[in-house]
Design a protein around this ligand. Sequence first.
Ligand SMILES: [Zn+2]
Length: 376
Amino acid sequence: MRKAVFIYSRELEEHSYPPEHPFNTIRPTRVREILNSMGLLSGNARSEIPPEPAEKTVLQKFHSARYLHALEAASAGRRDADALRMGIGTSDCPVFEGLYDYAVLAVGATLTATKLILSGSADVAFNPSGGFHHAGPERASGFCYINDVALACLTLAEAGKKVLYLDVDVHHGDGVAYAFYDRDDVMTISFHQNPGTLFPGTGFADEIGAAKGKGYCINVPLPIGTYDQAYLEAFEAIAPPLITAFNPDVFVFELGADALAGDPLAQLYLTNNVYADVLACLLGFNKPILMTGGGGYDLENTVRAWALAWTVLCGADSDAQPGIDAGGVRLESTDWQGGLRDKELAVSSHQRNTVLPAIEAVVKAVKANVFPLHGL
Ligand SMILES: [Zn+2]
């Protein structure tokens, strides 16, 4: 039985981005309500733990003191041109009441999970308030101020662990990819919408890392309209062989839910079944998994996707249906009425004909660029 920890505190929803901003800090609370009503946050080695705020010295492992100072000052109402030059106070990364406290607690939640995994108190952990993968050492970007996932990978690597960072947010996980671009102890794999058509405009298949890190940064840009079967084809062809070759000690999994069909900020066409399948694949490696939230701008879809992901992560799917593997989660019989799994989406032949050739091309490119560096 996996020791599964859900990291949550109601304090995290006390702060919110401005009302017109797409990032909604209520999402983790909604996920928690569903899971609690299903009885999935206690018993069977499952528990819920509140986050510790991150300490500044820890944040400085990735961010500059100058940047953290500007962020804290801006949050307290002292904003200057220097802060704006670092992306603080833009429309994407606005300054709002309690910003610094929120960022430090949300990031602290991921670092609390990291500690629990390092100490062996957790086999798997989920911080739905994490996944701020765009923040740079001196840059707020894409709704992200402090990069919790980069900090988690750094902390795990410092403890001597080989880390596999997998990012399925619809946007390229640029902040993390570039943090480890020249390192071979943290492999980053990001599946995202073609950066030619979406923020942040990076993450093409030929960005593969540099120096010692060459071949340890993997980018899989996906065409607009990518649907479940096409996505899984790319995932199966690329991720398991690389993970096997790298042989990580631990996974950090950024589960942005903005690749789901209908997300207002992107144009992929997935159902949450893909996330369950990807997670089942990771679980098959039998290593600790630190999972975070991330993007996801259709509130209901995001909340269901994360709730479903927790059921798979903590093994509740196999409680519910013994004999059915994680790829076959069915939870419709629970008191959560609609079930957590999305219905299959119809795919038009036009969509098939445009998506499949692009998927085949990107798989071919990634294999050619990266696989030989790992003897594959
Ligand atoms: Zn995103």
